[in-house]
Design a protein around this ligand. Sequence first.
Ligand code: TRP
Length: 367
Amino acid sequence: MTTTTTTAVADPVDPADPADPADLAGFDALDESVRADPAAHRVLTGDRPTGPLHLGHYFGSLRNRVRLQRLGVEMFLVIPDYQVITDRDVADRLAEHTENLVLDYLATGIDPDRATIFTHSAVPALNQLLLPFLSLVSVAELHRNPTVKDEIAHSSQAAVNGLMLTYPVHQAADILFCKADLVPVGKDQLPHLEVTRTVARRFNERYPHPDGTTVFPRPRALLDAAPLLLGTDGGKMSKSRGNSIPLGADEDTTARLLKGAKTDTDRRITYDPAARPEVSNLVLLAALCQDRVPEEVAEEIGDGGAAALKRTVTEAVNEHFRPIRARRAELAADRGHLRDVLRAGNERANAIADATLTEVREVMGSL
Ligand code: TRP
């Protein structure tokens, strides 16, 4: 089937560093260059441990990560546990959410022998990179970041804390410590990635190696490939809005959640995202699961109404995720293995972060 690939150009945060459209590739556009030399690339991305990953994550990014891994690209997955307190006072059920993320990664096909899965709090060098990085951005630039502005607007906290304002710079450390050059993210993260690119460029200009080579690559955003899935209430599918279908949900829960999904009263099922967002979203979800075009799925349901649509989409989701969920349940039974995966990932991330920090100290002239 053909899925739409969004390719967008972000407003550059730094006027001296305009975003080149070629730097913001969709997965399809990038395939060719990655395929030509997978070993020349390193991917880093991550998910906040604030709740279970859902079907939107799966079709938007998880399955593309697995594709990149199959192409032979080295993958780093950060679980930014330390950063959860950016927009909330306390991190709720942190260990549980972290473990569930590892489960979701492994169940969907991330190979822990090839990928490095690590937690932010276990790699102290990341916070040491932050210091020179913070010196490279102005307070005005931090205030201008549209994603930060949006997160401030949605934050449950009474006052904006310093961590919130500097969050994009933390993210720069998360990305640059391993010299990743590709960062698969959703569109909302593009302003953050611009900060990373700005930090890398300014660091390289200010602190080149004596032979003129530079420390950091300027990473490119790899935009999520699938169109955005809506939640069961018709809003954006989100971990924290109670409107998502978790990847690890069982078949009955999936049926119940989809049964409660918002639809409309027109019995004829069509795929028309602009005029009928809720119905079209369910059609799209079934189509993604069955690897078909949405118009064909809608046509087949025809006059069956919302009930037939929900039956179709429930079956499609449960069928598609059956092997992934079975594997997830198997892995969930062995918590020791999950902890081993994280321990090994943390060790490897620490070794790489320490080496980068040593290089950073050298170019900055420390002993
Ligand atoms: N900010 C990302 C989110 O909200 C999570 C994240 C933290 C991240 N560090 C990262 C994503 C580094 C990509 C690269 O989902």
